[in-house]
Design a protein around this ligand. Structure first.
Ligand SMILES: Cc1cc2nc3c(=O)[nH]c(=O)nc-3n(C[C@H](O)[C@H](O)[C@H](O)COP(=O)(O)OP(=O)(O)OC[C@H]3O[C@@H](n4cnc5c(N)ncnc54)[C@H](O)[C@@H]3O)c2cc1C
Length: 393
């Protein structure tokens, strides 16, 4: 039998890792703590660096092709006066970076990955919470609730932001609160007044908040995310708290009518309290021996560069590359995982750091806001394009 990769967590990152392992010729098994594989939440943006991988994996040939949306442009507005600051046409992405810029509902992407891993023969187990790992000379023994211990030649921890078992690789404690809250909602475009319907990614920047809207579900639904600064009561681990609209209103500063109209149009809001870790500081923080970290378990990031899931998918693609040559004879698993870590840590650290920097720029007030607006008006789309990111590596 081939060597097996065991993946803890069946979110976008975990399923991508399992698919990558199969494509590298490994067996793969996923242990997911929840009673079913599912994704809630709303939309995500996928840059060309990510879409290239999904396309290579054949995921854009099926239903996802209809569900994903190709926005016309990325437009940035001042959220106080509503004026346009900059615009980047997205039609040129395919030519520049070899793949389009897409927006999708998270669940549509998750289902496409789930179908692909099922078709690839990945063994999928729900109701199994990974609790403990013990490394042996040629394998890792994994204890997980709801069933017997499992042994595999390699383990990937893709169990998300709140991963506790990640401490076997990166013992840096719990993620910290950022004081930023994300309100997310979906609205049918047909239910919106015509001026609010949209075919683009629009970002409004205002002091201590920003709003992003873009179409998902083939363009039929407008995804709306409003990020404000504040704290929440209750369990911060909840990814899906029903939000109170008046609390969102209270967190807004002096925003323009366009922003208020978009917020008023969303029938129901869900709230996420954003947590973060310091950017990855060295390759040692991504892998140790036969255990590697991937996705939010490795490098959670603020959504201000829209690349958290994208970096998880890039991690998985790199995993595919190193596993393809790991035969435990010439290249053993610890060496392969060391290469994975060396090849990924600087890139993910850079994306984490840029996401943090964007938080300051997006929510700026006073002189920083004025200079940001001048720069955006002067440089326009050139400031919005990210060749270092979309071009890969
Ligand atoms: C407001 C907001 C907007 C965003 N927008 C974008 C965007 O536009 N583009 C983008 O690329 N990213 C975006 N992201 C980031 C993206 O959502 C995450 O980076 C991504 O979902 C992480 O995937 P993951 O699989 O690593 O973790 P998760 O999605 O958290 O999955 C972890 C899985 O592991 C399971 N699990 C947890 N513990 C255990 C355990 N002990 N044993 C077994 N299973 C376990 C969980 O149940 C879950 O299924 C956004 C995030 C937010 C909050």
């Amino acid at each position: 039998m081939n060597q097996e990769l065991l993946v803890a967590g069946g979110g976008i990152g975990g399923l991508a890792a399992a698919l990558a392992a199969r494509r590298a010729g490994w067996e793969a098994r996923v242990l997911e703590q929840a009673p079913a594989f599912s994704e809630f939440g709303a939309g995500i943006q996928l840059g060309p660096n990510v879409v290239r991988i999904l396309r290579e994996w054949g995921l854009l040939a099926g239903e996802l092709q209809q569900q994903a949306y190709m926005p016309q442009c990325l437009r940035v507005r001042d959220g106080v006066d509503g004026g346009e600051l900059a615009m980047l046409p997205l039609a040129g992405m395919e030519e520049r970076y070899g793949a389009p810029y897409l927006t999708v509902h998270r669940n549509d992407l998750h289902v496409a990955l789930l179908d692909a891993v099922r078709a690839g023969g990945v063994r999928l187990h729900t109701g199994r919470r990974v609790a403990h790992l013990a490394e042996q000379p040629d394998a890792v023994r994994v204890k997980a609730a709801g069933g017997p211990d499992v042994e595999a030649e390699a383990v990937v921890l893709a169990d998300g932001l709140w991963s506790e078992v990640r401490s076997v690789v990166a013992p840096d404690g719990a993620p910290h609160r950022t004081g930023h809250l994300a309100y997310r909602g979906l609205v049918w475009q047909a239910d919106l007044p015509p001026p609010l319907r949209s075919r683009e990614v629009t970002v409004w920047l205002a002091p201590r908040m920003h709003l992003v809207t873009y179409p998902v579900r083939g363009g039929d639904v407008l995804n709306t995310v409003c990020l404000v600064e504040g704290e929440v009561r209750g369990d911060p681990r909840s990814w899906n708290q029903l939000a109170v609209r008046s609390e969102l209103d209270a967190a807004l500063g002096p925003v323009c009518t366009g922003v208020r109209e978009h917020l008023a149009a969303v029938p129901e809001w869900r709230l996420w309290a954003l947590h973060d870790r310091a950017p990855v500081a060295s390759a040692e923080w991504l892998a140790r021996g036969r255990v590697a970290l991937l996705g939010d378990a490795a490098h959670p990031m603020l959504p201000y560069l829209a690349q958290g899931a994208g970096m998880a998918i890039e991690d998985a693609r790199e995993l595919q590359r190193v596993l393809a040559v790991a035969d435990d004879r010439i290249v053993d698993v610890p060496t392969a995982f060391r290469r994975y870590a060396l090849n990924r840590w600087q890139r993910v650290a850079r994306v984490q750091a840029r996401s943090r920097r964007n938080a300051t720029i997006f929510h700026a007030d006073g002189p920083l806001r004025v200079s940001r607006n001048v720069a955006l008006r002067t440089l326009g789309g050139r400031l919005l394009d990210q060749p270092w990111l979309y071009g890969g590596k």
